[in-house]
Design a protein around this ligand. Structure first.
Ligand code: ATP
Ligand code: MG
Ligand code: MG
Length: 609
């Protein structure tokens, strides 16, 4: 792939631009259009796409893909993408979700489409649309379909309706209400609207073909009764449009040109076209109507992308909320250390196609590593601290001496400058960087010992990163035999960056943090949430990875706090050298209590199933 979304979608767009399919459109209809047009921001012939989430949950990785497809295609072809809340369902939708969806789309970097506010040039307004703003039009469209004989009010029970719909092998049966006159139907619809019928007592159905091989064309329901308040329209309506009816109308009113959706809507496309064709014939909409094109939804191994299942994880307490760093919600991914660039690179690499499949989780982490490596600031940290004492320190340098050390903030970017810290008599090292009796091939710290061959062996030498070469001489233990301290000696004149640095060859380099200036930190080590590759097939509890979170109490390099403080509410991921990519937990206020980091990923893919 060229690195741009779906070539087959781009072909469709390019053909339409070439043919001028939408060049003759006139404007009006949807809120905001006049403003865009007047401000000359958008060429009326340009393409329009939309991202239409239902505000009934938080956005997840699959939505990120859809956002990326719709916004980046619009941008590439000089068009515009609408963020539209598909809020036609009165009961399931909540304000909280609207806010969070908007925030996440903006965070991904797609909040740039702004228009002048009508009558107030220079002022901008966000490019946001609500399906519920079109309820009047949708109702009018339903009346029109009834008047023109293309719809009727069906008062069969839901069971009768289901039985008469037939199945793949059996054609459906006409409802006894199908032959009522338009006038009778219209009167009944108005009674529905006036609240005279109970929930479920009747639905409006399109009159198409009960024998159609496509069950979606067997007189689909377009309006239902629901005595429920809506977050936007309050108690104004007690009948609400069905999604399959509302969605094409929303697209048409906003003059969307290309309506991209996932493959499960393929069977709905004939109805999408049928409906818009009828409304164009009736003069309610202008031709040419938008068209729907389907692509395969994103599936990632070890990840669930279904709002229903994600809600279950939250409600059953398997995770700590929708933005738990293990959740594949955009809020969770952000808290984990994913950046907009990483998510976009992942979307790009995973491609857009007509046939589904699973993308390996390692591709997600790979995109993260590849985007962070060139930009992430570096720091030293110790996750499982073990104290090391440099026993000849005082004799060499004098008691209390602190040796200044420096390191690049980012080895790929000289302009990022240097970071400063100091080395002293006592340091923290990673517990796994010491072995009292080394395993075969172990290259880090070990003391003099008797080898497997019965012969005495020397203690090992390693370099303290950005510091001296040290020589391990022994260790101290407590009454239980637990190692409490490693003992080593500094080898003089071997400091990194000095002429003598290479005078002693070593095979190992280890990280460290000075005991005198270490900043304590809680470091949350995350793994994939599901141990199984294709979660969602069995009980969640059986599929979850019991080791998806472990907590380390460690230390981080002095001076890091200043950088974090400067980042404020938007902590950026950084690399703890040799350990992985981490980000300060955005939920824990800085400066109040413990510093908390979340591990985004390790430096290499180390997953073992
Ligand atoms: P869910 O199944 O998780 O409830 P949804 O499709 O019902 O998701 P919507 O809010 O209706 O959620 O989705 C908004 C848009 O995001 C739709 O156009 C939908 O096709 C798209 N989308 C949802 N999940 C994915 C996915 N896994 N891959 C690509 N696009 C997706
Ligand atoms: Mg949906
Ligand atoms: Mg859904």
């Amino acid at each position: 792939d060229s690195g741009k979304p779906g070539n087959f979608l781009r072909n469709v767009i390019e053909q339409d631009l070439e043919k001028g399919t939408y060049a003759q459109r006139r404007w009006g209809g949807s809120p905001g259009d006049a403003a865009h047009h007047a401000a000359g921001i958008i060429d009326p012939a340009a393409i329009r796409t939309r991202f239409p989430p239902e505000p009934n949950g938080y956005l997840h990785l699959g939505h990120a893909k859809s956002i990326w497809i719709n916004f980046s295609l619009a941008k590439e072809y000089g068009g515009v993408c609408h963020l539209r809340f598909d809020d036609t369902n009165p009961e399931k939708e909540e304000r909280e979700y609207v806010e969070s969806i908007r925030e996440m789309v903006q965070w991904l970097g797609y909040s740039t489409e702004f228009a002048d506010v009508p009558g107030a040039p220079g002022q901008t307004q966000p490019h946001v649309y609500y399906a519920s703003d079109y309820f009047d039009f949708m109702y009018r469209a339903a009346e029109y379909l009834i008047e023109s004989g293309n719809a009727y009010v069906d008062e069969q029970t839901p069971e009768q309706m289901r039985a008469n719909r037939g199945d793949f092998n059996t054609p459906g049966k006409d409802s006894p209400f199908r032959s009522r006159s338009p006038a009778e139907n219209l009167a009944r619809l108005r009674e529905m609207r006036a609240g005279k019928l109970a929930d479920g007592a009747a639905v409006v159905r399109a009159r198409i073909d009960m024998a159609s091989p496509n069950i979606n064309m067997r007189d689909p329901a377009i309006y239902r009764i629901k005595h429920a308040a809506h977050h936007n329209t309050g108690d104004k309506w007690c009948i609400y449009p069905m999604y399959t009816f509302a969605h094409p109308i929303e697209d048409a009113l906003e003059q969307i040109t290309h309506s991209f959706c996932t493959l499960e809507f393929e069977d709905q496309r004939p109805f999408y076209d049928w409906l818009l064709q009828k409304l164009c014939e009736g003069g309610l909409l202008q031709a040419p109507p938008p068209r729907q094109y389907e692509f395969a939804r994103l599936n990632v191994t070890h990840v669930i992308t279904s709002k229903r299942r994600l809600r279950q994880l939250v409600e059953e307490g398997h995770v700590d909320g929708w933005d738990d760093p293990r959740m594949p919600t955009i809020a969770g991914l952000r808290r984990r250390g994913y950046t907009p660039d990483a998510l976009k690179l992942f979307c790009e690499r995973s491609g857009v196609s007509k046939s589904g499949g699973w993308i390996d989780y390692s591709a997600l982490e790979g995109a993260l590593r590849d985007t962070l490596d060139p930009v992430a600031p570096r720091a030293l940290a110790v996750l499982a601290p073990l104290k090391l004492e440099l026993t000849n320190w005082d004799a060499l340098f004098g008691a209390g001496h602190l040796e200044p050390c420096h390191a690049p903030r980012n080895p790929h970017d000289e302009t990022a400058g240097q970071r400063q810290f100091t080395l002293g008599r006592e340091i923290w090292i990673e517990a796994e960087d010491f072995m009292e009796v080394p395993a075969k091939g172990y290259r880090r710290l070990y003391p003099p010992h008797v080898g497997g061959d019965g012969q005495p062996k020397e203690g090992n030498k390693v370099r303290l990163k950005y510091g001296y070469v040290i020589h391990c001489t022994g260790c101290e233990k407590d009454a239980n035999g637990q190692i409490t301290k490693v003992l080593a000696e500094v080898i003089p004149d071997t400091k990194s960056g000095t002429p003598g640095a290479d005078s002693v060859k070593v095979k190992g380099v280890i990280g460290w943090v000075g005991v005198h200036d270490a900043t304590p930190a809680e470091i949350r080590l995350y793994e994939r949430l599901f141990k199984v590759e294709h979660p969602g097939e069995a009980e969640l509890a059986e599929e979850l990875n019991p080791d998806s979170l472990s907590i380390a109490q460690g230390y981080v390099e002095a001076g890091l706090l200043d950088m974090l403080q400067a980042q404020g509410d938007a902590p950026a991921p950084l690399q703890f050298e040799r350990l992985g990519y981490f980000v300060r937990d955005r939920k824990m206020p800085i400066g109040a209590g413990t510093l908390v980091f979340n591990r985004a990923c390790t430096l290499k893919d180390g997953w073992k199933a």
